[in-house]
Design a protein around this ligand. Sequence first.
Ligand SMILES: C[S@@+](CC[C@H](N)C(=O)[O-])C[C@H]1O[C@@H](n2cnc3c(N)ncnc32)[C@H](O)[C@@H]1O
Length: 215
Amino acid sequence: MLDVGSGLGGPARYLAATLGCDVTGIDLSPEFCEVANVLSRMTRLSDRTRFQAGDALELPFAASSFDVVWTIQMQMNIRDKRRLYSGIARVLRPGGLFVCQEICAGNGEPIELPVPWASRPNQSHLADAESLRGLIRGAGLLERTWRDITADIVAARKAQQAKAQASGASGSSAPPPLGMHLVLGEQAAVKTSNSGRNTDAGRTVFIQGVFDKPV
Ligand SMILES: C[S@@+](CC[C@H](N)C(=O)[O-])C[C@H]1O[C@@H](n2cnc3c(N)ncnc32)[C@H](O)[C@@H]1O
């Protein structure tokens, strides 16, 4: 399968470790791919996961090369989403699945910045959920499921915050050695809290979709 916008490779390794999937990841950032490959070696998953630098708008794979293509929270920076989804449909084999979990614009109010994917308004290209759904269908993919998972995401974030607070109360105030703060840099805290506030205020929603490529 192909993970488009694979980041540090966590989802790919999870699929490889739990379901035995063979996953190729592609990401715009060569540094992320380098780290992803190191982490796969460290976790002995290099035989089933590999990461290469490249642009999701120019997927360097032959037509019909993958059984499954997946994206997790990767299209927020991409303006030309029509091109993104037509490329994904091209590399998917007939009968294959496209799976996505994405952030979309919610009530139309502008989002508070910075967020993890953008510091300035011209870096963020959020579509509303119905437009995104229409773009994916427009690439020739047939919808199997489409659901709003915002409530699940909010509940997971609150559980994570409660856990962090509990470990702070037990004496450790330093951030954990590994975490998103290493990737998001100095503004990690404000980016993360803006992201949560945007969702709580209805400015962003989360969707999950599964689509078939017709045979
Ligand atoms: C929020 S991260 C998600 C990473 C990964 N999917 C995960 O869930 O752990 C978004 C990723 O999309 C990548 N990305 C953004 N635009 C891209 C593009 N045009 N082509 C490939 N990757 C892109 C970024 O470099 C980043 O690693």
